[in-house]
Design a protein around this ligand. Sequence first.
Ligand code: TXA
Ligand code: MG
Length: 328
Amino acid sequence: MRVGVYGKRVTVSANIIPANAESYKQAAECLAGGGIVALPTETVYGLAADAHDDDAVARVYAVKKRPDYNPLIAHVLRADDAHSLALISSLAQVLMDVFWPGSLTLVLPRKTECQVSLAAGAGLATIAVRCPDVPWAQPFRDAGLSGPLVMPSANLSGRISPTLASHVAADFGTDVDMIIDGGPCKGGVESTVIDLSGDYPTLLRPGPISFEEFVPFVSDLRLPKKTAKAIAPGMLKSHYAPRAGVRLNAMERKDGEAFLAFGVFDFDVEGQLSETRDLAEAARNLYLKLRELDQGGIDTIAVSPIPETGIGAAINDRLRRAAADRTE
Ligand code: TXA
Ligand code: MG
């Protein structure tokens, strides 16, 4: 059944299954048989399919209503598996050694022998690869599933990413074959994306691993040119959007607004990202609170200012996109 409730406990959804050894085995079998399965990761929930299976990949695009020009990340179950997909430069290898498994996606030149479905690559000469830090990688391999898996965030295209199994159920219901419930995601925002395929390393999407953390390894890391064509549609201005409008850097609540705070204010607030102004806690709460406030039917969510440091850059990036003009 479809569950239309964001953020709240979902009463019935036949396909939400608690994460454990048995359900990981079932999920691996389902994926090997061409199924699509929502899985918890350390960032957000993803909607996984066997990356080699054209039909399963097509189902992921269809269920998400994702435009076919938006490529998917290939998730490897072991870092070394990236070598069969992409050309790994010495810099790429350093970043893999330091940050994998973890919340870093690398855009790399695609190898000609790469078997990932061409549809998942949206016709690009590059491929995005990530080795997530997840408890199901080894059980999947033990069950004979070697990957890679395509795994976009498990939300309707352009909407808020899921950090709870109930969020996935709210967007997809039983349109997906299984939803593995591993509890709340510990990161809360999607992986950092670095493009190593061009002349300079470029930070395409800020994420849990901040710009500052790369500096010791990538001295010439750049931000994308403001005028650059959006090659990663996650970079499209309007994305991660609730139904309500979003007003940024708010210090007070206007009529018809719900207030989402970062820190304590001298008025009652409808949502709190972190009372103690802890950015990691705010990242974990971001999508959850946006979903909760959105279902209240208010016109606008007013969000208080968030510092741009560390994971704050990723939070602000998502908020700016949530606030962007929807008509573009
Ligand atoms: O944390 C994450 O990365 C989550 C979890 C589930 O692993 N996945 C995720 O996937 O965020 P998705 O599809 O929602 O976002 C992937 C982003 C998109 O903005 C996409 O355009 C970009 O990565 N991307 C994928 N392949 C690319 C490529 N070859 N070049 C540039 N950008 C690419
Ligand atoms: Mg996404």
